[in-house]
Every structure is written in structure tokens, then in C-alpha cells.
Write a protein that binds this ligand. Structure first.
Ligand code: ZN
Length: 306
């Protein structure tokens, strides 16, 4: 039993429209699901990914309107790594990010930048046989597009305390000084860095949790493994598009293990993912109330089609 790399990463935004403009506009991801936070349905939960809404490419945001900026500290993810296919892709992204007002910093085969709320990303030219997971965008040639997650970096004052859970329960393997979760299809890298002196603050522009992907029929067994490893997982929660368990790993990062199925096309035509507000069945009877509270947002992909 192996985890299939990163399933999704969930962060916080204080401004849904600016978030859509950056992730679906500038970065050229596809908004694959526009829904609400299932635990707090008065706020959006926005999902961006490749063209098919694949696990491995899916960054999601809870919107807390006008949330104050947070900052990453110990026990928090502080940077998200994305694969790109070539050094030429980095050349392209330097120009595109500058034009969008970001300040990308290039360091040989990497390009670092932050989103408008300070969430850090890194584009990495990566040699891998994993399938590239890209979205179609009229301004971004497909060979230069983001290709899904490569890695995530978190802060930990004492990363050794995470070793047993990662290695024994979760099956991560040390590769060149970093951890790798690799299954049959995909892998994802996991790094710990020395934390800044100041404690972290959860807020806009910070990561809430990182989810690792499990085969759908192995999801229950992962919960047992996590329990045996000494962490305290939640019961399995049905998120409708996937099943989830959550637990804190010993360095303090909130981990989720999410199943690969059913997937985002379980309730929407793949041609029209993310175009309408989708509610899980248990919230459907509150649709009018929920829609009245949410700020309308414009998806640049749909705007371009008009
Ligand atoms: Zn999640």
C-alpha cells in the first residue's frame, strides 16, 4: 500500500475574485469546482486543477472574506512546488508573472513567486515519468503550462519527530535528504525547513492542510495505519468527491489522506466543471440561502468565452 503523491493542497484567501483571477487567470489552472466549505457553508471553497480535475494538480481555497494576512510558521506548509517541463517554461513564466505584478525570482531550474496574498510557490523543472497534469488556457502553450504538484515545504523546529510516522505508517521514503511519497502512478516530495523565529498565524495566504492521495479501496486501511502510527485521525469523512481523514503529523502540519475516487466529475459534466455553484447533496435544500450570502465571482475562463 503506497500513497500516490499529493492529492490536493488547501489554503486560505480573503478575496475570492482576486484568487480566481490569479489561479485561473495568471497561473492558467482550471477552476474545477466552485462550492462552499462543507463545515461552514457561508464561505466559498474554490478548487483549481488541470483540465480533468485530477488529484495531483488540485489547489483549493477556503474564502474568509477580508481575512487578515497570515504568515507561515512552525507546523505549517510555507511553499508549494509545481512541475514545469523545461527551462523555456521558466522563461515564459518570468515574463507572465512580471506582467501580472508578481516578482518572480529565478534560481537556475526554479522560479519562486508569491500569490497576491503572499502564499509562496515555486516552479521546478523536473525530470519524472509521471503524467503531466495541465490545464488549457488560451494564453499559455500547453508545453509551458504547470504540470501538477512536485513538492511542498513545511517548517519544523524538530523534523526528526515526524520520521517514525512518515516512514513507518505513511510509507514515505527518504530520497536525497527529502521525503518522497510515491505510488504506482505519481510521487510527491515533502521537505522540512528551519522555521522563522516568529510563530505562524493562520490567515489569508497560508496553507490550511495538505492531502496525500490513496487508492479508493485502501482508504480505510490508511486510517488504521495512521492510528497504529500513533496519530489521531478523524473518522472517515465523505467529501462527496473523495473520502477524507485528517490528522496532525508530529511536526504539527495538518495532513489529510484523500481517496482518488469518485472525483470531481461525479456530479458535473467534465465539459462544464466549476461553472456553477455546486453543493453537496446535504446542503442542496439550503441553496437559495447560501447563494444569497456568497459574493458573485467571475471566472476568467467563462468571461473569455463570451
Ligand atoms: Zn482537503
Amino acid at each position: 500500500m503506497k500513497l500516490e503523491g499529493i492529492h490536493h493542497i488547501t489554503a486560505i484567501t480573503g478575496d475570492a475574485q482576486r484568487n480566481v483571477d490569479f489561479y485561473a487567470g495568471t497561473l492558467g489552472l482550471r477552476m474545477v469546482k466552485k462550492t462552499v466549505n462543507q463545515d461552514q457553508p457561508s464561505v466559498y471553497h474554490l478548487f483549481y486543477a488541470d483540465e480533468r480535475g485530477s488529484a495531483g494538480s488540485d489547489i483549493t481555497f477556503f474564502e474568509f472574506p477580508d481575512a487578515a494576512r497570515g504568515r507561515p510558521g512552525a507546523g505549517m506548509v510555507h511553499r508549494i512546488g509545481w512541475r514545469v517541463g523545461s527551462p523555456e517554461a521558466l522563461d515564459f513564466w518570468v515574463e507572465r508573472l512580471r506582467a501580472a505584478g508578481a516578482a518572480p525570482e529565478r534560481d537556475s531550474d526554479r522560479l519562486r513567486f508569491a500569490d497576491p496574498e503572499g502564499l509562496e510557490h515555486e516552479l521546478i523543472v523536473a525530470e519524472t515519468g509521471d503524467e503531466p497534469l495541465s490545464a488549457d488556457h488560451p494564453e499559455i502553450p500547453i508545453e509551458l503550462a504547470l504540470q501538477g504538484f512536485r513538492s511542498a515545504r513545511a517548517y519544523s523546529a524538530d523534523p526528526d519527530r515526524s520520521t517514525a510516522l512518515l516512514a513507518e505508517a505513511l510509507g514515505f521514503e527518504p530520497v536525497d535528504g527529502v521525503w518522497q511519497a510515491r505510488g504506482e502512478r505519481r510521487g510527491g516530495l515533502w521537505h522540512y525547513d528551519e522555521p522563522p523565529a516568529q510563530p505562524g498565524i493562520q490567515g489569508a495566504g497560508t496553507v490550511h492542510h495538505i492531502a496525500w492521495a490513496s487508492e479508493t479501496d485502501e482508504h480505510e486501511a490508511w486510517r488504521e495505519r495512521v492510528l497504529e502510527g500513533g496519530a489521531r485521525p478523524t473518522p472517515v469523512i465523505d467529501r462527496f468527491w473523495f473520502h477524507s481523514i485528517y490528522f496532525r503529523e508530529p511536526s504539527g502540519v495538518l495532513f489529510e489522506i484523500a481517496s482518488l475516487g469518485p472525483g470531481f466529475d461525479a456530479d458535473e459534466d467534465p465539459e462544464h466543471l466549476g461553472e456553477k455553484l455546486v453543493l453537496p447533496p446535504f446542503l442542496e435544500d439550503r441553496r437559495a440561502e447560501i447563494e444569497a450570502i456568497l459574493t458573485p465571482i467571475e471566472n476568467p475562463r467563462l468571461a473569455a468565452r463570451r
